[in-house]
Design a binder for this molecule. Structure first.
Ligand SMILES: C[S@@+](CC[C@H](N)C(=O)[O-])C[C@H]1O[C@@H](n2cnc3c(N)ncnc32)[C@H](O)[C@@H]1O
Length: 200
């Protein structure tokens, strides 16, 4: 999906996103975030923070920055984070305006299946985390080279709600300096995966 399309799609989705997806992903989110060994004052970047559903799963003592391309989604995240100090910014995941090695962790939940250029988004996340920093991904991916015609058809429908079900994590990250710490199946028979990776 093009960035401009995502901005307009997520403007329409923002008022109903939590109603539709709030309970749906909560178990997967909790499991994913439980894999992070978070310490007080750790700096965490949420890429495509959306309505901020992950924010309050992070301990209060951590320093959270959330970026998103959609102001409508960010304003929902702002509502959720009013009791804590979260830095929310309108920014493109493919061109982060942060110095190299600014964060300990980056979280890209349900984002690589949405951004126009997922490889650029993950390269940028790698750039802004410290050496040895970790990236958490909870998202849906296809098994390499296995896109059925049926799935292609379904993808037309899911594109309407701003997501692509035919992306392959291994293709997106091919050749990048990463080490996979954990890759476990999550919802829908492992169509959704929780992947924790370390910057090499
Ligand atoms: C499916 S939502 C996921 C939101 C949140 N991470 C979650 O887990 O609920 C995808 C989010 O990515 C954002 N997004 C899409 N393209 C982006 C880009 N290039 N840069 C930053 N955010 C982007 C959308 O605006 C939307 O908020």
């Amino acid at each position: 999906m093009k960035n401009s399309t995502n901005i307009s799609k997520y403007k329409r989705l923002a008022p109903i996103y939590d109603i539709i997806f709030g309970k749906f992903f909560i178990k997967g989110r909790k499991r994913a975030i439980s894999l992070l060994n978070l310490n007080p004052n750790d700096k965490i970047l949420m890429v495509g923070v959306g309505t901020g559903q992950d924010i309050n799963l992070i301990p209060f003592q951590c320093l959270v920055t959330g970026i998103d391309i959609s102001d409508a989604m960010l304003s929902k995240a702002k509502e959720k984070s009013k009791d804590r100090n979260v830095n929310l910014l309108n920014m493109n995941a493919e061109n982060l305006e942060f110095e190299d090695e600014s964060f300990d962790f980056a979280i890209l939940n349900l984002v690589l299946s949405v951004v126009e250029n997922p490889r650029e988004a993950i390269c940028e996340a790698l750039r802004v985390i410290k050496d040895g920093g970790e990236i958490l991904v909870f998202d849906k991916f296809i098994v390499k080279n296995r896109v059925s015609i049926f799935r292609k058809l379904i993808n037309k429908a899911t594109s309407i709600i701003g997501t692509d079900i035919n992306r392959c994590f291994e293709d997106i990250t091919d050749g990048l300096p990463i080490y996979i710490i954990k890759d476990e199946p999550s919802m829908f028979n492992g169509n959704y995966r929780i992947i924790l990776l370390k910057k090499n």
